[in-house]
Design a protein around this ligand. Structure first.
Ligand SMILES: NC(=O)c1ccc[n+]([C@@H]2O[C@H](COP(=O)([O-])OP(=O)(O)OC[C@H]3O[C@@H](n4cnc5c(N)ncnc54)[C@H](OP(=O)(O)O)[C@@H]3O)[C@@H](O)[C@H]2O)c1
Length: 162
């Protein structure tokens, strides 16, 4: 099973603000949906609380260390290894780490593919992306200009590593 991460990062490395995404970029949400639909997605409890519902047509694996946390419509698990095992046992071919920062930090060493949206602006925020680690090779890149609904230009990049 391929383990991938998908994230949108500003030029100054911001990914979050006040518990939310620091921007509203429908084109990136659409890109995220196109890549993750039909797959297992693994998310941290804080990211889940921001989204506040299971993302449809995906198996939502929410990680928390709390024994009592409930996330209706999701599978609540207590370690990354359990999440990988759950997805693998279900026959998944590509599972996605969808954040936030705490989860990216722990999971990136296991990831062989990275879908990175570069938001081409400096953005105010309080959650930064942890180090991506070494060995990433850029395999595709597509620029999208800003428009009336997406106020920042974006670069959709895909990286992989051995
Ligand atoms: N730009 C993007 O693409 C993007 C994507 C996703 C999220 N975000 C942003 O990132 C921010 C949230 O990030 P965050 O770092 O604060 O929180 P987070 O990673 O979403 O959640 C952290 C929590 O997840 C649980 N957790 C993490 N690793 C675990 C493990 N190995 N085992 C068990 N539980 C684990 C813990 O929950 P408990 O405390 O319950 O034990 C931990 O406190 C928000 O602002 C969000 O909007 C941005």
């Amino acid at each position: 099973m391929l383990i991938s991460a998908i994230v949108a990062i500003s030029q100054n490395n911001v990914i979050g603000k006040d518990g939310h995404l620091p921007w509203h970029l429908p084109a990136d949400l659409q890109y995220f949906k196109s890549k993750t639909t039909g797959h297992h997605i693994i998310l941290g409890r804080k990211n889940y609380e921001d989204i506040a519902k299971p993302l449809p047509l995906r198996v939502n694996l929410v990680l928390t260390r709390s024994a009592s946390f409930e996330a209706p419509g999701c599978v609540v698990l207590h370690s990354l290894k359990d999440a990988f095992m759950f997805a693998k046992n279900a026959g998944e071919t590509e599972c996605f780490i969808i954040g936030g920062a705490a989860l990216y930090k722990e999971a990136l060493p296991y990831c062989k593919k990275l879908y990175l949206t570069k938001v081409l602006a400096d953005i105010d925020g309080d959650v930064l992306m942890p180090s991506l680690g070494d060995g990433w090779e850029l395999i595709s890149e597509q620029k999208r200009e800003a428009d009336s609904k997406n106020i920042y230009p974006m670069l959709f990049q895909v990286f992989q590593r051995a």
